[in-house]
Design a binder for this molecule. Structure first.
Ligand SMILES: *Cc1c(COP(=O)(O)O)cnc(C)c1O
Length: 228
């Protein structure tokens, strides 16, 4: 096995162990490989190791990789901050957008998604632990946003995404409670199926609390180099 394949096996093993301890089905947690700053060749290698879902943060960089890897059957997730003037490319090129936190962003994404494409999967980003500098809507705004976003024809609102402050595992339980509350009030609860939380350092805590999608970068690809 090469290093990337080994790293992926290790992460999958960790997911499996935590699921077992938490009494969860291992199939209920999806691994999103966060590949920002890493070259396309590394993604290709990770793909060969079996990975299909990749998460990117920076629009220009991700568009280049999508082009370079267009021969592969990759499911592309945008997990960065969504700027209002960048929604067109996201609507055209991605299968998922995790960082939606305002109605106007959802409205633009739906309007710019081609009718011939499958609905764009989105998650509502919530500022679950009241951080000052973070993106995300407020927990008390979630119910209204869900109701309004659910009306957009070319979107499929799947659930919530959170990025709590480090070493704050309670935030994962708060996110799970909010997720469950929305589900209990949802007109189509089966469509509300994704809780995107947990990264390399805290994926175990997130899975224990109920994450259905962990976004893992450095544990898969190694440390990131931002100097380029
Ligand atoms: C970079 C990033 C990750 C991955 O972080 P690691 O600590 O490298 O696993 C996950 N989610 C978001 C939103 C990110 O920006």
């Amino acid at each position: 096995m090469n290093t990337l394949q080994e790293a992926r096996e290790q992460v999958l093993h960790q997911i499996q162990q935590v699921c077992q301890q938490a009494g969860r089905d291992v199939k209920s947690v999806q691994l999103l490989a966060v590949s920002k700053t890493h070259p396309s060749e590394m993604l290709r290698e990770m793909y060969v190791a079996g990975q299909r879902a990749f998460g990117e943060n920076y629009l220009q960089e991700s568009l280049e990789k999508i082009e370079a890897l267009s021969d592969l059957d990759i499911e592309w997730h945008f997990i960065g901050h969504v700027q209002r003037n960048k929604t067109k490319h996201l609507a055209e090129k991605f299968a998922w957008v995790h960082g939606v936190d305002r109605l106007i962003i959802a409205e633009r994404l739906s309007g710019q998604r081609e009718a011939s494409q499958r609905a764009l999967n989105i998650c509502l980003q919530v500022n679950i632990d009241a951080q000052d500098s973070k993106d995300g809507c407020q927990p008390e705004d979630v119910a209204d946003l869900v109701k309004n976003i659910s009306r957009f024809p070319h979107l499929k609102l799947r659930g919530l995404m959170v990025i709590p402050a480090p070493n704050h595992p309670q935030a994962f339980f708060d996110a799970k409670a909010l997720f469950d509350t929305v589900k209990s009030q949802h007109a189509h609860p089966e469509d509300w199926d994704t809780l995107s939380m947990g990264m390399s350092a805290d994926m175990s805590e997130a899975i224990t609390a109920g994450s259905t999608m962990v976004r893992v970068g450095s544990a898969l690809f190694g440390a990131r180099d931002y100097s380029q």
